[in-house]
Design a protein around this ligand. Sequence first.
Ligand SMILES: Nc1ncnc2c1ncn2[C@@H]1O[C@H](COP(=O)(O)OP(=O)(O)OP(=O)(O)O)[C@@H](O)[C@H]1O
Ligand SMILES: [Mg+2]
Length: 171
Amino acid sequence: MVALIGANGAGKTTVLRAISGLQRPRRGKIIYKDNDISDMEAHRLVKLGISHSPEGRQIFSRLTVLENLLIGAFIKNKQSNIKGDIDYIYSLFPVLKDREKLPAGALSGGEQQMLSIGRSLMSSPKLLLLDEPSLGLAPLLVEKIFEVIQTLKKIISLFCWWNKMPIKPWR
Ligand SMILES: Nc1ncnc2c1ncn2[C@@H]1O[C@H](COP(=O)(O)OP(=O)(O)OP(=O)(O)O)[C@@H](O)[C@H]1O
Ligand SMILES: [Mg+2]
């Protein structure tokens, strides 16, 4: 887990947007798994395993919670276990299951953050970029969000061990 820390306006969001292909770097290169991905389009980067939960959540407020999650799986084919992935997200964030059919705009700020993280997990990323996941949340919810991030890291480490891969597979 890597944290990028800086004052307001330091450029944290810009770095994340450049990595996930939403902005082009003016200088320098972005190297991922030994490849230069500086000019790659965002949707292709998702296929390479990079997923971004943006600052301010940016969920689709008129679509339901379930529809938002399904959009996160846009790179997956019909044969893949999308329902299993959704059940997994619901196990991390049970409140999303309860609100499944509600428009995402009706969720509280914390619930929208859970949905944003859930949506970015739907593509089964290898590199998950979270921009200010605790912004504007009550302390209890912040704890919950960071608990889930810890759980995800443990699961990924276990997965890497099981597959005899190094913990940082992109290195
Ligand atoms: N598209 C853009 N065009 C011009 N300037 C921009 C653009 N996007 C961001 N900036 C500027 O670049 C700087 C870095 O912005 P960025 O949003 O990356 O900061 P940040 O570290 O995420 O800040 P915060 O903690 O407030 O979220 C800011 O001065 C911002 O105004
Ligand atoms: Mg920012």
